[in-house]
Design a binder for this molecule. Structure first.
Ligand code: IVH
Length: 688
C-alpha cells in the first residue's frame, strides 16, 4: 500500500469510528457489533503503529493518549460563563415572564425555549478551525481550567467537526454544556469502587466532578462520563438567530445533546416516556408552567439527574435587548424542583452478600415516596459509612434520592432516636452460609470467602448472565434465585444443561416462557472472547481489562497459561490485577468449570488478527523492555500481527530484545547473552 492510500484508509477509519461512537453513545442505537467496532479500532491502531508519523491529534486512538499532568492550565473564557437566577414554583415562573414583559414594554415578539437543567458540571468546548483545542471548566465564570485531556476521553465528543459543506466553517466555535453521568452508570461505578474497598461517591454529580479533576486522563477514561450541549459561547464566522438554531447546528455537527437521546428505551421504566419531548418551544407562560410540571413528574424516570428546568428566551435579538443583571442573564431562569428528600424509619438493617463475597449493609425502611418513587431500602455501603453517620436500627432518617437506583441516607434525626438504641455493627459471619467473614488489610469491606456460599454463587451467576457478559436476558435475577434454591443450577455450566421438563415442574412457568428462556440461553452460546472473560467475574477484571486480555492472547488456552510477567507487561494491567488473574486460573475447580462450559456448547469468537506474516518476524521471539514510542500493548500487537511471538523472559532462545527508554534488567541480560538488541525504530524498519 502506498502512503496516500494508507492516509485515505486512516481518514476513513477515523470517520467511521467517530460515526459509530455517535450512534452508540448519543443515539443509543449501535449499528454494528462490539466485535466489528473493536476490529475497526484494532485496524486503526495497527496502521498507526506501522506509520507513527501519520498519527494525528484528533485520531480516536489519541483519546487516552495524554500523559499525567501536574496541574491544569488556567484559561480565560472569551465570553464569561454566567449563572442562572433561580425560581422555585409555578408562580415564580409567571413572575419571571411578567418581569420580561415589563422590561420589553411591547418591543418584539418572543417565545421560550425550555430545557432540562442537568445536574452536572459546566464545560466549554472550544473548536478552532473545526478542531477541538480546549475544554474549559466554568471556574469563577471568568477564568476556568483546561481539562481537554479528560474531556477527550468522552468518545461521543467529536475531536474534529465534520462540517456541513453548505456553510463556511466558523473559525471559532465554542459550545457549552454539562458533563454528567447516567444514573445506572453511576451505580455501576460505585459498585466497582466498593469492590475495591474504596470510598464511593455520594451522587453522579460528585462522581463527574471527581473524574474531571483527575490529572491522569486514564482515570477519567475509565469513568462513564457524558456531555450534553446547551448553549453557544463565541461563534466567529456564523450568525445564529435563536436557541433553536443553535440546537439545529449542534445536532447537525453531531455534538452530543439530550435532544437526540432516545427516551423510553430504558425498559426498566414503568411508564412509557418515549413520546415526551425533553425540549419544548413555548409561546405562553401557561405552556412554560405545564412543561415545568411535566418535567418534574418525569424526573425520576430520566436516565440522568436533573434538578430543574431552564427557561430561555428563544430569540437572540430579544436576548440582546434584555441583557444581564449582575452575573446572570435577564433572559433566562432556572425553574428548580423541590429537593427529593423524605423522612422515614429504619425498621432493620439487613446484610447482603455480593458476588465477591462483600457484606453490604442495607437499611430496610418504612415505605416512603421520594420524587414520585416508592422507597423501601437504601444501601449503607460499609461500616465506616455507618459509623460516620451513626446510623442505627430504629432510627428516623432523612433519605435522598441521589440519582442512584438505591437511595441514600442523608442523616439521622437524632431527636427522634429511641431511648434504647445500640450502635450498629456489621455481623462477622456470613448471613447466607454462616462462614466467618474475612477483612483484608487496608480494606473496610468484610467478605465471605466460602466458595460454596449460595449468595456469592447467585450473585456470580447474575453477573455471568448480565448484558455485557453472556447476555442471557431471559434468565433474570428472581429466576436465578429460584433455580439455585431448587438445585436446578449448581454451576455455570448447568445453565446450558437446563431441560424444559425440569423447569415446567416449577410453579408459574409455562411452555412459552420456558421456550423463550431456553432460546435466550441457546443464543448466548456463541460469544466474543472478551465478553466470556468478563463474564467469569474474576476480581478486578472489568470490561476493559477483559478486552485487553482478549486482544493480547490468541486463545483461551494461552490466557489460562499466562504468566504474571506477561500480564503485568500489558497495558492497564497492574500487579494487583495480574495476581488476581493468575490466582484465579490456578484454581483447578474454576478451570475445570471453564472447560465444562466449552464442552456444553459455548463457542468463543476470537478476534481475527489480520496477520500478514513477514519473513523477518515469522517464528521469531521478541522480548520488550523499557518505554517505547508506542505502548507495549500496541508494540506487542504489531509484532504478533507480523508473525512474531512475544515472550516475557530473556533466554538464549530469544531472537530479539526490543529496548526502549529506562530498560530493566532484561536489557543487561540480553547484552550478557549477546542477543540482538533492537530499538522500536529498528522494529519498524524490519517490517518494511
Ligand atoms: S444555560 C446563562 N442550560 O446551570 C446561563 N445551563 O446556573 C447559561 N445547566 O453553570 C447556562 N443545564 O452548569 C444552561 N440546559 C441548561 C443547563 C444549564 C444545566 C447548569 C450550568 C450552569 C448552571 C447555571
Amino acid at each position: 500500500m502506498n502512503k496516500t492510500s494508507i492516509k485515505e484508509e486512516l481518514k476513513e477509519l477515523r470517520q467511521k469510528i467517530q460515526h459509530h461512537n455517535y450512534l452508540y453513545h448519543v443515539l443509543d442505537t449501535p449499528e454494528i457489533t462490539d466485535f466489528d467496532y473493536d476490529q475497526m479500532f484494532q485496524r486503526l491502531l495497527e496502521l498507526e503503529s506501522q506509520h507513527p508519523e501519520l498519527i494525528t491529534n484528533d485520531s480516536p486512538s489519541q483519546r487516552v493518549g495524554g500523559e499525567t499532568l501536574s496541574s491544569f492550565t488556567k484559561v480565560s473564557h472569551r465570553l464569561p460563563m454566567l449563572s442562572l437566577q433561580n425560581t422555585y414554583s409555578a408562580d415564580e415562573l409567571v413572575q419571571f415572564h411578567e418581569r420580561l414583559l415589563n422590561f420589553l414594554k411591547g418591543q418584539g415578539h418572543f417565545t421560550y425555549f425550555c430545557e432540562p437543567k442537568f445536574d452536572g458540571l459546566a464545560v466549554e468546548l472550544v473548536y478552532e478551525d473545526g478542531v477541538l483545542i480546549k475544554a474549559l471548566t466554568r471556574g469563577d465564570g471568568v477564568t476556568g481550567e483546561d481539562i481537554l485531556s479528560n474531556i477527550k476521553t468522552i468518545s461521543s465528543i467529536p475531536l474534529t467537526l465534520s462540517w456541513n459543506q453548505k456553510l463556511p466553517l466558523p473559525r471559532i466555535l465554542e459550545v457549552r454544556g454539562e458533563v454528567l453521568m447516567f444514573k445506572k452508570d453511576f451505580a455501576r461505578l460505585n459498585e466497582s469502587i466498593q469492590l475495591e474497598g474504596k470510598n464511593t461517591f455520594a451522587n453522579p454529580r460528585n462522581a463527574s466532578a471527581g473524574s474531571l479533576r483527575q490529572l491522569d486522563p486514564k482515570v477519567a477514561a475509565s469513568r462513564p462520563l457524558r456531555f450534553f450541549a446547551y448553549a453557544p459561547g463565541i461563534i466567529d464566522g456564523l450568525k445564529l438567530h435563536s436557541q433553536m438554531e443553535f440546537f439545529q447546528l449542534i445536532r447537525d455537527l453531531k455534538i452530543p445533546n439530550a435532544f437526540d437521546f432516545p427516551l423510553g428505551k430504558d425498559t426498566s421504566n414503568t411508564t412509557d416516556i418515549s413520546d415526551f419531548d425533553l425540549y419544548q418551544v413555548c409561546k405562553t407562560p401557561e405552556d412554560v408552567v405545564r412543561y415545568y410540571r411535566q418535567m418534574e413528574s418525569l424526573r425520576s424516570q430520566l436516565p440522568f439527574e436533573i434538578d430543574g428546568v431552564v427557561i430561555k428566551v428563544n430569540e437572540f435579538s430579544i436576548q440582546d435587548i434584555l441583557g444581564q443583571v449582575a452575573r446572570s442573564p435577564r433572559w433566562a431562569t432556572a425553574g428548580k424542583f423541590k429537593p427529593e428528600q423524605a423522612e422515614t424509619i429504619i425498621e432493620r438493617i439487613d446484610v447482603q452478600v455480593g458476588r465477591t463475597g462483600v457484606f453490604t449493609p442495607v437499611a430496610v425502611m418504612k415505605p416512603v415516596r421520594v420524587g414520585g418513587v416508592q422507597i423501601t431500602s437504601a444501601t449503607l455501603h460499609n461500616q465506616d459509612e455507618i459509623d460516620r453517620k451513626d446510623i442505627r436500627q430504629g432510627d428516623t432518617v432523612i433519605i435522598h434520592r441521589a440519582g442512584d437506583v438505591i437511595p441514600e441516607v442523608v442523616k439521622v434525626v437524632i431527636e427522634k432516636r429511641p431511648i434504647v438504641s445500640q450502635p450498629y455493627k456489621i455481623p462477622t459471619t456470613c448471613p447466607s452460609c454462616g462462614h466467618e467473614g474475612v477483612q483484608n488489610e487496608g480494606e473496610v469491606a468484610i467478605r465471605c470467602i466460602n466458595p460454596l456460599c449460595p449468595s456469592v454463587f447467585k450473585e456470580s451467576l447474575k453477573h455471568f448472565v448480565s448484558r455485557k457478559a453472556m447476555n442471557i436476558d431471559k434468565l433474570g435475577s428472581k429466576i436465578i434465585d429460584r433455580f439455585v434454591d431448587e438445585k436446578l443450577i449448581q454451576s455455570y455450566s448447568d445453565i446450558y444443561l437446563l431441560k424444559a421438563g425440569d423447569i415446567l415442574k416449577l410453579d408459574r412457568f409455562g411452555d412459552k416462557s420456558v421456550e423463550n428462556l431456553l432460546q435466550s440461553i441457546e443464543t448466548s452460546k456463541n460469544v466474543d472472547f472478551d465478553r466470556f472473560i468478563y463474564s467469569l467475574g474474576i476480581r478486578f477484571v472489568g470490561e476493559q481489562t477483559a478486552k485487553t486480555l482478549a486482544h493480547s492472547f490468541s486463545n483461551l488456552d494461552q490466557l489460562l497459561k499466562a504468566e504474571l510477567d506477561t500480564l503485568v507487561s500489558l497495558e492497564d494491567i497492574g500487579p494487583k490485577v495480574a495476581q488476581s488473574i493468575v490466582s484465579q486460573f490456578q484454581d483447578k475447580i474454576f478451570v475445570k468449570e471453564i472447560k465444562k462450559l466449552l464442552s456444553v456448547g459455548i463457542t468463543l469468537r476470537y478476534q481475527e488478527k489480520t496477520k500478514t506474516i513477514h519473513p523477518a518476524f515469522e517464528n521469531k521471539s521478541f522480548v520488550i523492555t523499557g518505554t517505547l514510542a508506542v505502548s507495549r500493548n500496541e508494540a506487542a500487537v504489531f509484532i504478533e500481527s507480523l508473525g512474531g511471538k512475544i515472550t516475557s523472559t530473556v533466554s538464549k532462545k530469544t531472537s530479539y530484545v526490543v529496548v526502549g527508554e529506562n530498560p530493566g534488567s532484561k536489557a543487561e541480560k540480553a547484552t550478557e547473552l549477546g542477543l540482538a538488541i533492537l530499538s522500536w525504530e529498528d522494529v519498524l524498519a524490519l517490517a518494511q
